[in-house]
Write a protein that binds this ligand. Structure first.
Ligand code: SF4
Ligand code: SF4
Ligand code: SF4
Length: 348
């Protein structure tokens, strides 16, 4: 998957699409396999970037699995993820206008999974933030998989999707400690670890992931990295404008991000300084040093378009034809349901 951060509006439709489809069973109340946090911010779970896990290479270095050693990780608590709240809806509806008691019931009233939304950093007039949607990265070198003593986690050879076999899982949670993105959750009712399944049952029917298909911002591209005509290959390999998040964690993620452009900083008199408002050093801390070349490429292609020239890159990113986002996964979910019911009818 590629997510274009210049198009994300922080609406959380993706999170709700995933929630409705996959995490509505008992024990999954506090699970958000898809999260959209404001960056800079503590994210979900709280302070996840400081929780360790993944791989490190003695003597430093950013990427590659040669000589990589596991980096110790912290097991996030439910409170750090943010507990599921409920509200007294009846009292809220009955209360007079502007006096609605909306205090959450249950859980930590001082922290939730999207607590610091739209807070960001910097001071007016140079405050800045952007939205950072995250799912499991279905890594090429998944720390979760190698940490599991039950061999309950597998990476499918045919499409690279990383899955937990809940029949084998005993809920030890070494995987959750080891994942540096903290994208594994514990179901205390079922006693197993659970995470994003990359909508495998949909993909197998040619239907794109729910979080991608429902996204009103057309942020998410889906496809195979080795399909030279597909959007993922064009953005990641050809144009090199889509980068993995925290490549130094060493797991080789397969979710890539088009980094955010930003308006110029303003000086005390309100004049643009020519410097970007989002500090380049912050973006480098997220996406590695390649982020500067990626931003230059985006700016260069935008300049070409302003001069009336064509840009294949911008055409891909703008995605005028919605279905172009989804590579080979363009079937409508209803179509699959129709095929299923027709098959059922033919059998009876
Ligand atoms: Fe495993 Fe997903 Fe974490 Fe990668 S992001 S280590 S595949 S749980
Ligand atoms: Fe949820 Fe599917 Fe998106 Fe994974 S790919 S976060 S399972 S909607
Ligand atoms: Fe961003 Fe799309 Fe998710 Fe909305 S649905 S928060 S635009 S990724």
């Amino acid at each position: 998957m590629v997510m274009d951060l210049n198009k994300c509006i922080g609406c959380h439709t993706c999170s709700i699409a995933c929630k409705r489809l996959w995490t509505r069973r008992e024990g999954m109340e506090a699970m958000w396999w898809n999260t959209v946090n404001t960056a800079p911010g503590e994210g979900t779970p709280r302070g996840w970037e400081g929780m360790g896990g993944g791989w490190e290479r003695p003597g430093g270095g950013r990427e590659g699995r040669d000589a990589a050693q596991p980096r110790p990780g912290h097991l996030p608590t439910l409170r750090e993820f943010g507990e599921a709240w409920s509200f007294d809806h009846a009292a809220s509806f009955a209360a007079p206008a502007r006096a609605v008691p909306v205090e959450p019931q249950g859980g930590d009233p001082a922290w939730g999974p999207n607590w610091d939304e739209d807070v960001g950093a910097g001071e007016y007039p140079n405050a800045y933030y952007f939205y950072l949607p995250r799912i499991c990265n279905h890594c090429t070198h998944p720390a979760c998989l190698e940490a599991c003593p039950r061999q309950a986690i597998a990476k499918r050879a045919e499409d690279g999707i990383v899955l937990i076999d809940e029949d084998r899982c005993r809920g030890y949670r070494f995987c959750a400690e080891a994942c540096p993105y903290k994208k594994i959750y514990f179901n205390a009712v079922a006693g197993v670890s659970q995470k994003c399944i990359f909508c495998l049952p949909r993909l197998e029917q040619g239907v794109a992931n729910a979080c991608a298909r429902q996204c009103p911002g057309r942020v998410r591209f889906v496809g195979y990295l080795d399909d030279p005509e597909g959007p993922i290959h064009r953005l990641v390999t050809h144009w090199k404008v889509a980068l993995p998040l925290h490549p130094e964690y060493g797991t080789q993620p397969n979710v890539f991000y088009v980094p955010p452009l930003s308006p110029p900083r303003l000086d005390a008199a309100g004049n643009p300084t020519g410097e970007p408002r989002i500090p380049p050093a912050y973006l480098e801390s997220l996406f590695g040093p390649e982020v500067h070349a990626a931003l230059r490429t985006l700016e260069g292609e935008m300049a070409r378009r302003r001069k009336g020239e064509t840009s294949e890159l911008l055409d891909v990113l703008i995605s005028r034809r919605w279905l172009d986002l989804f590579g080979p996964f363009t079937r409508h979910p209803r179509e699959v349901e129709r095929v299923r019911s027709e098959t059922r009818e033919a059998r009876t």
